[in-house]
Design a protein around this ligand. Structure first.
Ligand SMILES: Nc1ncnc2c1ncn2[C@@H]1O[C@H](COP(=O)(O)OP(=O)(O)OP(=O)(O)O)[C@@H](O)[C@H]1O
Length: 270
């Protein structure tokens, strides 16, 4: 059973030197939050503050507390104790290991004698990606989508960390809805940086960034549910189109137009 943590973000200063638009943000097990904002607004800086458990020692001056206190040094320095997994667009495995060797190495480090987690992890990863990953694949040969899928499954099952951070995973050719379902299924806190409306709207809170600082924290009231459902339909349609295109389909006969009424319904809600 994963240890449970409450994470607290204490505000710092934005790029203009102004105090951020909040005092504290409390994040509990099972919470999902998205971080949204224009390019350069400080999204990665916030996620990095959380990942490194900043103590007023970064450019933002934020402090990150665990269970209301400054976390012990071991949480920051020792990978086996670290309660946070970060998966970014740039997550790459440089060692030339097979997927099996890589996962077994991680199992031995974090979950000794739980070799049974190997199959569970690869099976979950393969629900996230359309390009099947085999245990014999080389880590360095995986595509971006396969790597992200494997890393998310690894963080959920082997790392089993109570806090998972995801930095813009949406462009990686993965089934976002399945990933978000798996992430929300456990009792983990999930914080994701995203430009993707569907991912942003499906989280429990949205942290809005501006000029390097948090400008607001939005808690949806439930009125966005219709929009989420329309977006899910659009996502599904786009997914089908993408898959057909990848297989070389041509749409010049006009037989496969995107359902314009669904798109218009979503646009009209905004
Ligand atoms: N509070 C702050 N004070 C000073 N500089 C900051 C602050 N927050 C972020 N920065 C700096 O601003 C720059 C842009 O920040 P960051 O990369 O976090 O933005 P981003 O929203 O992730 O951008 P992108 O969407 O392009 O990835 C970086 O150089 C970062 O160090």
């Amino acid at each position: 059973m994963t240890q449970q943590f409450t994470l607290t973000i204490e505000s710092g200063k934005n790029r203009l030197g102004e105090q951020e638009g909040f005092g504290r943000i409390e994040i509990r097990p099972g919470d999902t939050l998205s971080i949204v904002g224009p390019t350069g607004s400080g999204k990665s800086a916030l996620i990095n503050d959380i990942e490194t458990l900043a103590q007023g020692d970064t450019i933002t001056g934020r402090r990150i507390l665990i269970n209301g206190e400054e976390p012990p040094e071991s949480f920051v320095r020792e990978p086996a104790f670290k309660p946070i997994s970060l998966i970014t667009q740039n997550t790459r495995c440089l060692a030339d290991l097979s997927v099996e060797e890589f996962l077994l190495m991680h199992i031995r480090a974090r979950r000794p004698s739980r070799e049974d987690l190997l199959d569970e992890t690869i099976n979950l990863a393969n629900t996230f990606t359309g390009e099947e990953i085999s245990l014999k694949s080389r880590m360095s040969g995986l595509s971006g989508g396969q790597t992200r899928s494997l890393m998310i499954a690894d963080a959920l099952i082997i790392g089993d960390t109570p806090i998972i951070l995801l930095d813009e995973i949406e462009n990686a050719g993965i089934f976002k809805d399945r990933v978000i379902q798996s992430l929300q299924g456990g009792n983990k806190a999930v914080i994701l940086v995203t430009h993707d409306p569907y991912l942003a709207l499906t989280t429990g809170r949205r942290i809005v960034m501006r000029y390097g600082g948090v400008s607001s924290v939005i808690e949806p009231t439930g009125q966005e549910q219709d929009l989420i459902e329309d977006l899910a339909l659009i996502e599904d349609r786009l997914h089908q189109l993408r898959e057909k295109l990848r297989l070389g389909a041509s749409f010049s006969s006009g037989s496969s137009s995107v359902h314009s009424e669904v798109v218009m319904a979503a646009v009209n809600r905004v």
